[in-house]
Design a protein around this ligand. Structure first.
Ligand code: URP
Ligand code: ZN
Ligand code: ZN
Length: 471
């Protein structure tokens, strides 16, 4: 099958020009002007952007957490992703406490077999326990499976939080194996004390979620992780940076040339902590961790993205239904499952409020959502850009299309939308994964299973384009 995308404005992290993109099979065969020939399908992209499919390096599909399981599986979650222009995601394979690392990986592979994705999928290995089930020898073997990043939670005490010894020993292994270490950086011990004290004072509503996790707890853990990674000699990626306090240690490390990177998520650019006060328990919709912060942080985060202090915008898509999952914490905010949805609306929000309102260039949007994640997570140059030889993960983006973001129109299983009612201009028109059209003018045209598992390269190494079959 060959597809010719004609006359679009091709945007990569560094280019912006009008060209045709010829796709043959799963890869981009050529990018140039006046490419003709006999393609099986021609897509007229005149007046549209042609951008690389976005990569979301932070998702939690069907993850057991907080006494329940996140409500998107790999089919529903990836359909939702595709409608937003995301063509690859990297999900956290979570080691259940006591479970071995190979078992955890097998569990996650079963999930994508049972509910096959429509976009490509990679895994990070989330290590929660090296005392019972987990062994460092197994951790060291994980990159051989194409899973080249380790994730550790410095919070969620009594559940999936690791101690500093586990964190540091994993960092040492990463320095040997070429894996990237990712951290959820919050001081879980201090937060545990604050949560208990808050509840003891009878403060049980959702707004106390933010009050018991002050920005300094995030900043302290970020700084600790940065320093430990430097001692261990491994690259470090700090997930879901929510506030200026934790941007600062990342900025300092980067100014010293340390191998430190940070991401923020869409919600931290738009949702502030007052949303936790919404009546009728609706504040529970915004109980994710780190919590929404004071609104002054929005501009700090935009600035950090613009200046390269933060490198990626992900979604931390971890959806729990409001109707029967968030309600587990109706009488106790600490029992509200932590997480929010967002995999579908990242590009909508960043294009409208970032590009159209002058906070980001279109090249920066592509860099933050496509190219940097591909580089950092071992998928470049196969993914993350538009170039001959790359996977044909392509989005034809209509920058004039109006859309109202809503739970009524999104494609996730979750029953609310963090950006409910927000009106944006700009949405995907056609979305392709490895040359297969997945979404075509608001219609899903692919079957579950169109997506594949991606065996990622080790940190800093290229993922070579696929070999084309000989003619
Ligand atoms: O609240 C969140 N973010 N839930 C998902 C797990 C995590 O911390 O990323
Ligand atoms: Zn986290
Ligand atoms: Zn997360």
């Amino acid at each position: 099958m060959s597809i010719l995308i004609k006359g679009g404005r091709v945007i990569t992290a560094v280019d912006d020009y009008v060209a045709d993109v010829l796709i043959e099979g799963e890869t981009i065969a050529a990018v140039g002007t006046s490419l003709n020939g006999s393609a099986d399908r021609v897509i007229d992209a005149t007046g549209k952007y042609v951008i690389p499919g976005a990569i979301d390096p932070h998702t939690h599909m069907e993850m057991p957490f907080g006494g329940t399981v996140s409500c998107d599986d790999f089919t529903s979650g990836t359909v939702s992703a595709a409608f937003g222009g995301t063509t690859t995601h990297v999900d956290f394979c979570l080691q259940a406490p006591g479970q071995s690392i190979p078992d955890a990986l097998a569990t996650w592979h079963e999930k994508i077999e049972r509910c096959p994705p429509v976009i490509d999928v990679g895994f990070h290995m989330a290590i929660t326990d090296l005392h019972d089930g987990g062994r460092l020898e197994d951790v060291a073997r994980v990159p051989d499976e194409g899973v080249t990043s380790y994730k550790l939670f410095m919070a969620y005490k009594g559940a999936i939080m690791v101690d500093d010894e586990t964190l540091f020993r994993t960092m040492q292994v990463a320095a040997q194996t070429g894996a990237l270490v990712m951290v959820h950086a919050e001081n879980g011990d201090a937060i545990d004390v604050l949560v208990k004290q808050t509840l003891a004072e009878g403060k049980t509503e959702p707004r106390w979620h933010a009050a018991s996790r002050p920005p300094e707890t995030e900043a302290e853990a970020t700084n600790r992780a940065v320093k430990l990674a430097h001692i261990a000699g491994c690259p470090l990626y700090v997930v879901h940076v929510s506030c200026q306090e934790s941007v600062e240690p990342i900025a300092v490390a980067r100014s010293r040339g340390w191998r430190t990177w940070g991401e923020t998520c869409t919600q931290y650019l738009f949702i502030d902590q007052t949303r936790l006060e919404e009546p009728n328990f609706e504040g529970a919709k915004y109980v994710y961790t780190p919590p929404p912060r004071p609104a002054k942080n929005f501009e700090h985060l935009w600035t950090a993205l613009r200046t390269g202090v933060l490198s990626v915008v992900s979604t931390d898509h971890c959806p729990f239904r409001f109707s029967d999952q968030k309600t587990l914490g109706r009488d106790d905010f600490s029992k509200i499952p932590n997480g929010g949805p967002g995999i579908e609306n990242r590009l909508h929000m960043l294009h409208h409020f970032g590009v159209r309102e002058g906070r980001l260039s279109m090249n920066q949007l592509v860099d933050l959502c496509c190219t940097q994640p591909a580089h950092l997570f071992g998928m470049f140059p196969r993914k993350g850009t538009i170039a001959a030889g790359a996977d044909a993960d392509v989005v034809v983006w209509d920058s004039e299309k109006p859309l109202t973001l809503s739970a009524a129109t999104h494609h996730s299983n979750v029953d609310y939308n963090l950006f409910e009612g927000t009106e944006v201009i700009g949405a995907p028109e056609v979305v392709l994964v490895r040359g297969q059209v997945i979404v075509d003018h608001d219609e899903l045209v692919a079957e579950p299973g169109a997506g594949q598992f991606v065996r990622r390269a080790r940190f800093g190494e290229p993922l070579r384009p696929r070999q084309r079959a000989a003619a």
